[in-house]
Ligand binder design. Structure first.
Ligand SMILES: C[S@@+](CC[C@H](N)C(=O)[O-])C[C@H]1O[C@@H](n2cnc3c(N)ncnc32)[C@H](O)[C@@H]1O
Length: 270
């Protein structure tokens, strides 16, 4: 099995939370969506928006739940490959009394092309770059699925990482770049060690996590990500017939995305 199909298995496992840490964690995640909500309100909501939203790689579902809380959702569908995250999402929804979000444990590429169409299709936090490396036709299938899922007039919202600095730094470091990071205190993991190396058009990203209460307890996973420049994404999106392709350097204010990340929106004008 390609490693990208199980990168987030075990993430947000409910066994790692008690009632108090679960509440604090989900509140923190909902709050982290302020910037997305602000951006969507400012740039994507118009008279044609009826609140049907699909998010692929929806993780714990925080953005769909937050859209529901804001009254910006009529129907929300989240697809995620990770079973542990899907269970987390269901509990997240129950604890909020969510009525409008359906969480699907499955591959976005398996969506029926003739299924319901959406006003807004979201792929944030580099999920769009996890799918193409999986197989020779995955990139084409992904962009076709995007086109097939959008209503006429529907918006696409993606967050991507160009990896330009990572590629340079990995080369300077002799092939592998290693970086430490520290997580928020509500996270069961305290530290993360990222190791990046370049493989043709793709970046191999090995993540190691160190537990908050037991430093000896570690977990690791590897992802392969397709690096896209803005020009490459524009070409892919116009290639499937989307228009009004626009790029943004941040959601709400400078610095609210990681270095090298950018946001792209495009519209299906039919
Ligand atoms: C980097 S996480 C982003 C999660 C969420 N969007 C967020 O902002 O927190 C990427 C997620 O995409 C999911 N994923 C990767 N490939 C997928 C696919 N083909 N279909 C559905 N989900 C996928 C992974 O399981 C993972 O939870």
């Amino acid at each position: 099995m390609h490693p990208n199909l199980r990168t987030h298995e075990g993430f947000e496992s409910l066994a790692g939370f008690d009632e108090v840490t679960f509440k604090s964690y989900i509140n923190n995640k909902l709050q982290g969506c302020d910037k997305h909500i602000d951006f969507i309100k400012k740039n994507l909501i118009d008279d044609r928006y009826k609140g049907h939203v699909l998010e692929f790689g929806s993780g714990n579902g925080k953005l769909l739940f937050r859209l529901e809380k804001e009254g910006m959702l009529e129907q929300g569908v989240g697809y995620d490959l990770s079973e542990s995250r899907n269970k987390f999402t269901k509990k997240f929804g129950e604890s909020l009394g969510s009525k409008k979000v359906t969480s699907i444990h499955g591959d976005f590429l398996s969506i029926d092309p003739s299924s319901h169409k959406f006003d807004l299709l979201i792929g944030v936090d580099i999920v769009t770059q996890l799918i193409p490396p999986v197989s020779g036709d995955a990139e084409r299938n992904l962009f076709n699925a995007i086109k097939n899922t959008l209503k006429n007039g529907g918006w696409l919202l993606l967050e991507l990482q160009d990896f330009a600095n990572i590629i340079n730094m990995a080369q300077l470091a002799g092939g592998v770049l290693r970086q430490w990071k520290e997580f928020h205190e509500s996270d069961p993991w305290r530290y993360g060690l990222d190791a990046f190396s370049v493989q043709g058009r793709d970046i191999k990203w090995k993540k190691t996590f160190i537990h908050r209460t037991s430093l000896a307890k570690t977990s690791s996973s590897t992802e392969i990500l397709r690096a896209y420049t803005r020009d490459e994404i524009r070409e892919l999106l116009t290639g499937i017939g989307l228009s009004d392709v626009r790029f943004y350097d941040h959601w709400q204010e400078p610095g609210d995305v990681d270095s090298g990340e950018y946001i792209v929106v495009a519209r299906n004008k039919g």
